[in-house]
Each structure stands twice: as C-alpha cells, then as structure tokens.
Design a protein around this ligand. Structure first.
Ligand code: SAH
Length: 350
C-alpha cells in the first residue's frame, strides 16, 4: 500500500508541497480538495505535481463498496480500503444533524462476546487518514446544495479506538481542523471498552471529546463473563479514570450498558448500577443488544429495558434507552462486515 495523504496535518502538507517544489497556495488547494472528499486525481493542480503525489500516495484510501438504507433513513456503508480490507460505517440522521459512526481498526482484539467486530480478531489498525477518509467520502455525499453533511462523529464502528491511540488522536485533531471538516471535538464521541492508561492519556490531550465507556456489567466477575478486558482493568480503575477525565476536561462521561437477557438486565442489576454510579457526573445509555448470528447472547425484552430505565431514573441516574437504529440493516458493530465476509468468496488481502 502507498502512503495516505489524508494522514498529514496541514503543516505537514505544507512541508510536503514545498519539498516537491510547489507554490505555497497549492497546499491550501490540495487541503480544500481533500476536505471535499476528492481523489488526488480530481483536484485541480498541475499535472506534474499530481503525478508526484500519486507516485507516493493512495488516490482513494477509502471507497464505498456497498450502501444499505434502513427504513428509518439510517445508511450503512461498507468501505473498501486500498489494500482490499473492509470496514463499515453508519450515518444516522437526526433533527440536529447527521452523526457518522466510523471504524478505527479492521476487526478488533478485545474479544467482547456480544460483538461481531471481534469475531475474526484484529487484522490491522487504520491510519488517521483512513479514519478521516470515511468521513470525507460520506460528508461529500451529503453536502449537496443546502443539506448539511456530517455534523457529529462517534468512534463506535469496528475496533477499539484507544488500542489504536496515535491514529485516533491524529484523526480527531485533523478532522477538527479548520482546513479540513472543522468538526469540533465536542461533537465527537469516543467509545472505549475501558483501556485505563489510555483514558488517562486522553484526558491530557486538550481535546474535549465525549468519553463513552462500555460498562455492560456492575461487578468485575460479571463483566469478565462478556468482556475479557475486565480481567485486566477493574471497574473501580475505570471509574477512577472517568473522574480524572471529568476533572481535567469538565466533561460529563457516558456509560454504555447493553441489556443482555439473563446476564445484566434484572432489577437487582439496576440497583447495583445505581449504587455504582450515584452522584457521578455521568449518563447511562441503555442499548438493547443487537443479536449477532454467530453469538448465543440474546437481548432483554423491551419491557425489561423499560423497567430497567425506570429504576435507574428513580434512583437518580440520568439514563436513556438508545433508539434502535438501523437494526434491519445489521446496525451493530461489525455485523455487516461479518455477513459480507461470509457471502464473498474473495476475502480481503490479509
Ligand atoms: N471498542 C469500543 C467501540 C465499540 S462499539 C468500545 O468497546 O466501546 C460501540 C458500542 O457498541 C460498545 O458499547 C459495544 O460494547 C457495543 N456493542 C457491540 N456489539 C453490540 C451488540 N451486538 N449489541 C449492542 N451493543 C453492542
């Protein structure tokens, strides 16, 4: 694979252009073209300069392979990377704007039992520019005329963002840059299964992203049943890292709690969750499990989910049930890629 031009910061792009002997305004022109989701080929620069760039950089780091549109307007995409690997993304349309869910890794090595992304383990990390390019191509598709493109980003596609720390941070810095899409870190949510040391590092980056932690259980022993990472970091350590994040950034944090039948969705689980989180500046996102064909876990019923929510709310915990979006199009993390890999003979070049 060639290098990825979208990896570069604006300063690095400037340095590159001058090293290629181009005038200074060319960097601005290239940055504008990339921000519009253009291929290098389609940016209006001199042929010789374009050829030099194409020798070294991928023309199309991310290409849309398939688009699926759900009944609720949610769009789900399969992206093909330059080496043939496949990742997925989702665009959810809300009244206030469009939220795109992006992938940070091909596969994942965290091994959560309910998740489809981890079924084949980790293939590789994405570069910052590959993460960014997912947003660039989708934003370009939705910015015609008056329509707003991507306004919010969630790092909740396949992969564990904090397991690909440097690329994730570089992506957040680049996408929030005025010379790129200018999407504020405040409109970006980073979801982690709870990699404690990296959560501390993140708090010191000066990037006020919304920190979201996948909790899914109230004791370490229970958590370890579905999330192997619980054997490495305790809930107490995770809560410590969340408090530190709040102290450093002033930002409330969010817990994701997927309701799994027979695992974590009984009234006593709600009570334990209240005890754990009482008084904390946090919000709980309850998610009804998206059932994954390859996994035996089942979702709690809607009734149980409502009862769980009621208990949390009465217990003083801010909580909502996340609207189940795109369930008809394989909305959950990694499901689409997994089913795609099943149906094609020719897998990605790994
Ligand atoms: N690696 C990050 C991002 C993962 S995806 C993390 O662990 O947070 C975002 C959320 O979807 C996580 O909370 C994850 O635990 C959850 N998730 C994964 N598979 C799911 C499924 N089948 N049903 C419901 N939620 C799921």
């Amino acid at each position: 694979m060639k290098e990825i031009l979208q990896d570069l910061t604006y300063d690095e792009l400037n340095a590159l252009m001058s090293s290629l002997g181009a005038e200074r305004f060319r960097a601005q022109q290239v940055a504008q073209g990339l921000a519009k989701g253009k291929k290098i080929t389609d940016i209006n620069i001199p042929k010789a300069l374009k050829e030099k760039l194409l020798e070294r950089y991928e023309d199309e780091p991310v290409r849309i392979l398939e688009t699926y549109t759900g009944a609720d307007g949610t769009e789900k995409y399969l992206f093909r990377l330059a080496d043939g690997n496949i990742v997925e993304g989702v665009l959810m349309k809300y009244k206030y704007g469009n939220t795109q869910c992006v992938s940070t890794q091909v596969g994942c090595r965290m091994g959560c039992r309910f998740c489809a992304s981890t079924l084949h383990g980790l293939t590789r990390n994405l570069t910052a520019g590959e993460i960014l390019s997912q947003v660039l191509v989708i934003n370009a598709l939705h910015t015609d005329g008056k329509a707003r493109g991507v306004t919010n980003i969630v790092l909740m596609g396949s992969g564990e963002p904090l397991d690909n720390y440097d690329s994730t941070i570089r992506f957040i810095r680049n996408v929030s840059c005025a010379t790129s899409l200018n999407i504020s870190p405040r409109n970006i949510s980073l979801s982690t299964c709870g990699l404690v040391p990296q959560m501390y590092r993140l708090a010191d980056e000066g990037l006020p992203v919304n920190l979201t932690v996948s909790l899914h259980a109230t004791t370490d022993a229970e958590r370890a049943r579905t999330m192997p990472i619980a054997n490495k970091y305790t809930i107490r350590e995770i809560l410590g890292a969340c408090s530190n994040y709040f102290n450093k950034t002033g930002r409330r944090y969010i817990f994701e709690y997927s309701l799994i039948d027979g695992e974590n969705s009984e009234p006593e689980d709600a009570k334990a969750l209240i005890q754990l989180l009482k008084g904390r500046p946090c919000h709980v996102n309850l998610i009804r499990l998206n059932e994954v064909k390859e996994r035996s876990l089942r979702s709690a019923t809607e009734r149980k989910a409502q009862a769980f929510l009621k208990l949390l709310t009465e217990g003083g915990i801010s909580a909502t049930i996340r609207r189940q979006i795109g369930a008809d199009i394989g909305g959950a993390c990694g499901q689409l890629r997994a089913s795609y890999l099943h149906t094609v003979d020719e897998g990605p070049e790994e």
